[in-house]
Design a protein around this ligand. Sequence first.
Ligand SMILES: Cc1ncc(COP(=O)(O)O)c(C=O)c1O
Length: 458
Amino acid sequence: MSNFIPGPTYAEMLDPATLPAALRDKALAVQGDELDPANLFNITWRGPDHGIRHVLVPKELTGVKANIVVMAGRFFPSGSHKVGAAYSMLMEGELAGDIEPGKNTTIGPSSGNFGIGVAYVSRLKGYPAIVVMPEGMSAERYQRIRQYGGQLDLTPGSESDIILVLERTREYRQDPRHKVLAQFELFPNYRFHRYVTGRSALEAAKPYGNGRVALFASAPGSAGTLAAGDAIKSAYPECVVAALEPRECSTLFNNGFGSHRIEGIGDKMVTLIHNLLTTDYVVLIHDDDCVMGLEMLERRHRSLEPLLGLPAGLLECFQGLFGVSGICNLLGAIHMARFLDLGPDDNVVTIATDGFDRYPSVLAELERRRGPFRGGDLGAQFEAIFRGSDAGDILDVRPREQKERLFSYKEEVWTKFGYSLTYLESMKSQSFWDAEFDKVAEIDTKLVKERASIKAKG
Ligand SMILES: Cc1ncc(COP(=O)(O)O)c(C=O)c1O
């Protein structure tokens, strides 16, 4: 491919120190100029000091004995780790010869962050992009997509109306110039998170407790991030994986659906790339608790510190780190750690997919709904949101009948989109997922060769 703009392998995203030194230096040097294509080599969980970007949440805040580690996705180029899934899909499509700059337009079906990622990597790699997403998402998302030159195609409804997005996407497939980066069904999303996020999670937890991971909690949208749980279970088979859902859209919990306020998750379906075999629990989280919890951490952290017995300024490092789904993940991690009675040796890992920069409009909307923020009952509000879990909101999905229910839900969705029952049946075996994962080595080798051949051509 003559006009191929190269990016990193999976192994380099996990550990950019393995990049040729000149390339790594260039990538670090262009961080302030986000439209420089060398930023593709900054798609990683690691910061310039090489450590996995994360925070350990103070126990005064969580109220549980276990160590809760939150990996911070907002430092990825474009502001969320979803760019990793978008890049991986485009990179694999190019290597397979399916997608080529100058010939194709990328289509990004999304609830926002993946769309931002698609618009961003498409811009860096020289493709026009169309992002198909619901019309009811935060204003900041549309703004970012436009900023990267992406075109928007909005479908009716909000977060949980993502099936309409998939139906619209199907129309785009009629034109062979359109290449759909289908995050809900393509395995680069699974590979990126199992290889890059999962192994980064193992490393993030290492300094704490017994160095292992007892619980991984993540709220699925595409369920890509949940694949990190597969990597963690490979290292520590005892690790419990919990999928979190809005109580207002309890799809995995009891086939329920409805609209909700946690952008990016709770998409009213079992996605094709969700490995149901390794999901142990489903936990419901009230959507407004996440919005209000975000408001507390962002706007009222100074009043919260003395109430929690924390030194002044300690919550400062959380500023900007969480979005609404990040709070959902934090609440789910806390509730599950309490439910499992995890102790001080146990580590819990969860994710903040994006940061606060995407949500000022959501807090403005909360204030319109609820009236101005008042400080008087902050302690009680905090207790209710961060500590007030209900055991009825936790469902063990390890029993066979639960797996069968979830498998049949998956079949109901994906046979409509043309997947055969035989293929869906094959997903009931862990060997299916391991084989998908094992493709990483072959893909990386191919990419390294492709890069070398461009270099040789000069
Ligand atoms: C803000 C936010 N949180 C969580 C998720 C869920 O991540 P995943 O799609 O990997 O399940 C998304 C996905 O778009 C998101 O945008």
